[in-house]
Design a binder for this molecule. Structure first.
Ligand SMILES: CC(C)(COP(=O)(O)OP(=O)(O)OC[C@H]1O[C@@H](n2cnc3c(N)ncnc32)[C@H](O)[C@@H]1OP(=O)(O)O)[C@@H](O)C(=O)NCCC(=O)NCCS
Length: 186
């Protein structure tokens, strides 16, 4: 049946980590895939900022038939020293799946890979922003355990608001209740 073969598709795709040597082959496709659905396009420098420093936190889903790009996730991981104690915060900057491959678990597989990679590097939490009207992204992330931490009014150039979502990877200290309160938005 078509539905079950669709559901099996992600297992048949190739999931690989981005590497600098792949820039010529994949950066144009990454830009094209991500900019397709963006309200504000990123310059090449934004892509290089992430991909050069955190290539180990960027994953691609490829069609094994021709190695073409089907999905990509781009992230970073930084220490926020202004927090006490300092927080290792992962950030999902970009995520996109080619429209004809959507709804088959490709984004879920990419986000899980990114979460694992950041957790393995001792991240305390992972954050991202997404448009409040982006039902697919909200369902995807909330299904993976992300919670709404803040509403960002008129966050995007198109005037749309965003939610900041957070996935807490470490146990929250109950004595620091303000930390959790800050992260919980209804
Ligand atoms: C958001 C996006 C990455 C999801 O990719 P995807 O591969 O279709 O996602 P998945 O198949 O892994 O779906 C994950 C969950 O999201 C939800 N979902 C996906 N598409 C949906 C849609 N169109 N409407 C409602 N829910 C949807 C489902 O609940 C699904 O869980 P389920 O399989 O348990 O039902 C994809 O729609 C996309 O590239 N959109 C444009 C770019 C974008 O919005 N990126 C996110 C920026 S934060």
């Amino acid at each position: 049946m078509a539905v079950s073969s669709n559901k099996q598709l992600p297992a048949n795709l190739e999931y690989i980590q981005y590497e600098h040597r792949l820039e010529a082959q994949y950066l144009p496709a990454i830009r094209a895939l991500i900019s397709k659905d963006l309200s504000e396009p990123y310059s090449i420098y934004v892509y290089r900022y992430f991909l050069c420093q955190w290539s180990h936190l960027c994953f691609m889903a490829l069609d094994p038939k021709d190695s073409s790009l089907i999905g990509v996730i781009v992230c970073k991981l930084e220490v926020h020293s202004s927090h006490s104690p300092p927080t290792r915060r992962g950030y999902i900057a970009m995520l996109a799946v080619a429209s004809h491959f959507r709804g088959r678990g490709v984004a879920t597989a990419l986000v899980k890979k990114a979460i694992d990679a950041m957790a393995n590097r001792n991240a305390d939490e992972i954050v991202l922003e997404t448009e409040e009207t982006n039902t697919a992204a909200m369902k995807l992330y909330e299904g993976l355990g992300f919670i709404r931490s803040k509403k960002l009014h008129r966050y995007y150039l198109n005037g749309n608001s965003a939610y900041r979502l957070i996935l807490l990877l470490k146990a929250v200290d109950p004595d620091q209740t303000s930390l959790y309160d800050e992260h919980q938005v209804t």
